[in-house]
Design a protein around this ligand. Structure first.
Ligand code: IMP
Ligand code: MG
Length: 183
């Protein structure tokens, strides 16, 4: 793949920087209401959720704690394998804590389902999930996030933390790649 200027590889912007920031604020306001007094542990799923997580946490007005996990379900390609590898586990014990898993995007939903099951086994006081984007694929029995930013159709998107082979993460908006970019 030859990367020129990353912006040149974007065919269409689906969610602008402004739209993302507006929605993140709304989600943060909801979380502030729901978690006031509960001191939730916000779990970032690296690397895709990194910008979403940082912006979301910064807008939450009650006390929160932060921790990070790194997982991999994609091996340098734009299709799912169903295999979730834990690259970095949480630093903290989550038993009796209120946990919120912050993820970037739900495609097959396998990653988030796997993580939720894994962390549930550690007996948190509660566990909820939030995703920035949910792909509408009509999949039966897919995990439904407790909070979600945007829904979209079956596209492969990059930007705002989302990558294609680790490229494009730092674009401030979310967009669809030009077909000729996949080589
Ligand atoms: P799932 O397990 O199939 O739901 O895939 C979840 C993970 O795959 C996400 O956390 C992303 O890291 C990655 N992923 C899925 N769809 C996209 C996409 O459209 N662009 C970039 N990454 C994606
Ligand atoms: Mg990824």
């Amino acid at each position: 793949m030859h990367i020129t200027t990353e912006e040149n590889d974007i065919a269409e912007v689906l969610f602008s920087e402004e739209a993302i920031q507006k929605r993140v604020k709304e989600l943060a306001a909801q979380l502030t209401k729901d978690y006031e007094g509960l001191d939730p542990l916000m779990v970032c799923v690296l690397k895709g959720a990194s910008f979403f997580y940082a912006d979301l946490c910064r807008q939450i007005k009650c006390r929160i704690f932060m921790d990070f996990m790194a997982v991999s379900s994609y091996e340098n390609e734009s299709k799912t394998t169903g295999v979730v590898r834990i690259i970095k586990d949480l630093d903290k014990n989550i038993t009796d804590r209120h946990v919120v898993i912050v993820d970037d995007i739900i495609d097959s939903g396998l990653t988030l389902k796997y993580l939720k099951d894994l962390l549930s086994a550690r007996k948190p006081a509660s566990i909820k999930t939030i995703s920035l984007i949910e792909k509408q694929l009509g999949l039966k029995d897919r995990i439904v996030p407790d909070y979600n930013g945007f829904t979209m159709g079956d596209h492969f998107v990059v930007g705002y933390g989302l990558d294609y082979s680790d490229y494009y993460r730092n674009l401030p908006y979310i967009g669809i790649l030009k077909p000729e970019t996949y080589r």
